[in-house]
Design a binder for this molecule. Structure first.
Ligand SMILES: Nc1ncnc2c1ncn2[C@@H]1O[C@H](COP(=O)(O)OP(=O)(O)OP(=O)(O)O)[C@@H](O)[C@H]1O
Ligand SMILES: [Mg+2]
Length: 244
């Protein structure tokens, strides 16, 4: 099972939109996929209309009792592990001396899935460190703005600080607006950097409307520019997978 974390310390950059649409793109190709909602805001679970089963909380998650709480989505090959409000301070319960705690927990699902996609909360904490260590790939959405680029640079430093392998870290431009000169200038300046994937996700109304449709864009608008962009992004991420 390959673990792909959609992670940025910055909020509102398109992590959840990417997690939902990339998970769907993977499942549509017949790959057994699970989306783990690690953000107590529960946006990914909302998009799939999945409610947390039974008495799930961070304690049960930390004990590795995951299978019982996995929900099927409306789509073949795509399951979801919901979040819980108690995940907001998951940090406090993580072992400060271990980097591999989350990796061991996720390993419980190892045989059931080909891909696990993590929708991460926006912060840079012990949980983030565990997520980065557990992931085979860390994918950061970056909006074309100075602050977003700055936070990517901080994240690269964080990788070095925690001795994580920088080679597994990639970024993509998210919510790109063609008509904004600053967006185009930022893309022109940074898109050739090694860390950036070739595919960008444009700013498109279909993605915004997912809040109403509560479906991946490719389900509501098959073949739309948004659906094509996420599909292309998935193929690029898939090509970088560690398990060939
Ligand atoms: N490509 C896009 N085009 C238009 N709107 C988008 C796009 N991507 C995301 N959005 C919208 O921007 C908002 C933030 O997106 P999203 O929730 O995916 O960000 P996030 O990084 O997960 O945020 P948070 O840090 O709060 O978890 C949402 O309302 C979403 O619908
Ligand atoms: Mg989110």
């Amino acid at each position: 099972m390959e673990i792909i974390a959609i992670y940025s310390s910055k909020g509102g950059v398109g992590k959840t939109a990417a997690s939902v649409n990339l998970s769907y793109a993977s499942s549509r190709r017949g790959k057994r996929t699970i989306l783990c909602d690690m953000d107590p805001q529960g946006a990914a679970s909302y998009y799939f209309n999945v409610k947390t089963k039974g008495k799930y909380n961070k304690k049960r998650f930390l004990k590795g009792k995951l299978q019982k709480y996995v929900s099927q989505t409306d789509y073949p090959c795509l399951d979801l592990l919901p979040t819980h409000f108690s995940f907001r301070n998951l940090d406090l319960d993580l072992d400060r001396d271990s980097n591999g705690q989350l990796k061991d927990i996720f390993a419980k699902l190892e045989d059931s899935y080909d891909y696990m996609i993590l929708d991460c909360p926006p912060n840079m904490t012990l949980l983030s460190k565990n997520i980065i260590m557990a992931a085979d790939q860390v994918i950061s959405p970056v909006t074309p703005s100075t602050l977003s680029i700055l936070s990517l640079a901080q994240l690269v430093k964080f990788f070095d600080k925690i001795k994580a392998d920088r080679k597994k870290h990639h970024a993509f431009f998210s919510m790109v607006e063609k008509r904004k000169k600053m967006h185009q200038d930022t893309l022109a300046r940074f898109r050739k950097k090694k860390i950036f994937l070739k595919t960008s996700i444009p700013y498109l109304a279909e993605v915004e409307k997912m809040g109403i449709t509560r479906q991946p864009v490719a389900v509501t608008w098959s073949g739309s520019p948004a659906s094509q962009a996420y599909d292309k992004l998935w193929m690029e991420i898939w090509k970088n997978r560690s398990v060939k």
